[in-house]
Design a protein around this ligand. Structure first.
Ligand SMILES: [Zn+2]
Length: 492
């Protein structure tokens, strides 16, 4: 390609706090009734005074620390003046000259993306426009909700990198408990600034991509824009400076508005809020809130568990899932306490861990998705790590067949009961007993002369068919391997 895409991101995330940024109205993004969580401060009544939310400031600093930012010693709020109906005060309290955090970085699979700044501000209200254009409604529940804004340097060069950066940041926000960062709910929003240039030349005309509600779509929009702008330039035309959105159905970006004059926000220090000396906030206390970050956890899991890369990716998607997995592993390591079954030899430890990881990210995930949630909803799992480990132990010892295991897990998932209780109650134990299986095999042989004859004539596939019949006769409880051996013996 002749052109190099130069891409920077501006990402907003709503902070998870009890109250709003400058008042004690509730910060609740799940509130369905409009204008419930409001007060004179966040609706911009005259004569009211804001008080800064320390929890929000600390959480922003925590993100700064996680991204290796320089934390400002002294900082202050500023007014960003502009008029829009969703902004009750006629200005937004934000930060401009002195952001809380600066000059950090985030690694996406070995590539370092520089973070220019992270600052804190307040969210706006939400407008709802009548489709017929007769009226507009406003909900101030969101007005004044603490919002962090992160701006990267233009270090990204493809849709794929945009997606990776966004998803990694989203995971970090969630690991740290700073934000739920749900893009569908508008808790996290991305704006892409991009332009194309010939290598070595100065930056081309900037196009902004906005109002895109997933990082996957953002990546698609970026890749589409790279193609579109390349074609414009190849045709000898100019790229127009504008804001574009993403049409998921047509798989195209579309113009939302062309840029007028750059707006002058007339920033000035907020006179109603004192400047902040971050040392007074107890920086060491904030640093102590740092947890193992997704990238660190991936590295550790790789070294410790020797699992395939894909499994590690899934297990570290959210903190709760990884925590749960490690609890299961530690239960398995304490085998004697866990189970009366024979302790597996040392060389099988890896196999057990693999089994646990597999059942977690496939079978348990399936049950969660069937319920309409996903692996991110681990908090609601009724199965204790101890019971899950016991479940794995029983599979390892072939006490349940693979279909039995599925039924068992489903029951555990629904009731939270101990696997031993369920196996007993639902009669799920796998039958490996030779005598019992021999009887079933003899019956199957007597009832099915045709496949038996085929088998004896050398058609080996018939054996598999007969094994299936034994499984059916035992209601799926026969150990298929033992059933096969016994059938072979009986047939010879
Ligand atoms: Zn309020």
């Amino acid at each position: 390609m002749n052109y190099e895409p130069v891409i920077g991101l501006e990402i907003h995330a709503q902070l998870k706090t009890k109250t709003k940024m400058f008042c004690d109205s509730k910060n609740d993004s799940d509130e369905k009734h409009p204008n419930v969580n409001i007060c004179p401060i966040c609706t911009g009544q005259p004569g009211t005074l804001p008080v800064a939310n320390l929890e929000a400031i600390k959480k922003t600093i925590l993100l700064g620390m996680a991204l290796d930012c320089r934390i400002a010693e002294h900082t202050f709020f500023e007014r960003k003046n502009y008029f829009y109906p969703d902004l009750p005060k006629g200005y937004q309290i934000s930060q401009y000259q002195a952001p809380l955090c600066e000059r950090g970085e985030l690694n996406i699979k070995g590539k370092k993306i520089r973070v220019r700044r992270v600052h804190i501000e307040e969210d706006t209200g939400r407008l709802f426009h009548d489709p017929k254009g007769k009226y507009s409604l406003i909900d101030f529940n969101r007005a004044g909700v603490p919002l962090l804004e992160l701006v990267t340097e233009p270090d990204l060069h493809s849709g794929e990198e945009v997606r990776k950066f966004g998803e990694e940041l989203q995971m970090i926000l969630r690991y740290l408990g700073i934000s739920d960062a749900d893009m569908q709910k508008g808790q996290m929003r991305v704006e892409v600034n991009m332009s194309l240039r010939k290598s070595g030349e100065k930056l081309g005309t900037k196009v902004e991509l906005k109002n895109i509600n997933s990082f996957r779509y953002a990546a698609q929009a970026v890749d589409y824009e790279i193609k579109r702008q390349t074609e414009v330039l190849e045709d000898g035309k100019k790229v127009i400076q504008e804001t574009r959105g993403w049409d998921e159905v047509k798989q195209k970006t579309f113009s939302q508005r062309t840029k007028e004059e750059a707006q002058d926000y007339r920033y000035f220090p907020e006179p109603d809020l004192p400047p902040i000396n971050t040392k007074d906030l107890g920086l060491e206390g904030i640093r102590a809130m740092l947890v193992e970050l997704p990238s660190q956890r991936r590295e550790r899991f790789k070294k410790l568990y020797n699992l395939p890369e894909h499994d590690i990716e899934v297990l570290t998607l959210n903190k709760q899932l990884g925590d749960y997995f490690e609890k299961v592993v530690s239960e398995l390591n304490a085998w004697d306490k866990l189970s009366h079954l024979k302790k597996p030899p040392k060389e099988h430890e890896e196999k057990l861990i693999k089994l646990a990881a597999n059942y977690l990210i496939t079978e348990l995930a399936k049950l969660l998705y069937e319920r309409g949630t996903g692996l991110e909803e681990m908090d609601y799992i009724k199965i204790t790590p101890e019971n899950f480990a016991e479940f794995i132990a029983r599979i390892y010892h072939q006490e349940v067949s693979s279909s039995g295991a599925q039924a068992l897990l489903k029951e555990m998932f629904e009731t939270g009961e101990d696997p031993s209780v369920i196996i007993e109650k639902k009669d799920l134990a796998q039958v490996s007993d030779a005598e019992e299986l021999a009887q079933a095999a003899q019956e199957v042989i007597a009832e099915n002369p045709k496949p038996v004859e085929d088998y004896r004539k050398g058609k080996k596939e018939s054996l598999q068919f007969l094994v299936g019949l034994v499984m059916k006769k035992t209601k799926g409880k026969a150990n298929p391997q033992v059933a096969r051996e016994i059938l072979e013996k009986e047939l010879s």
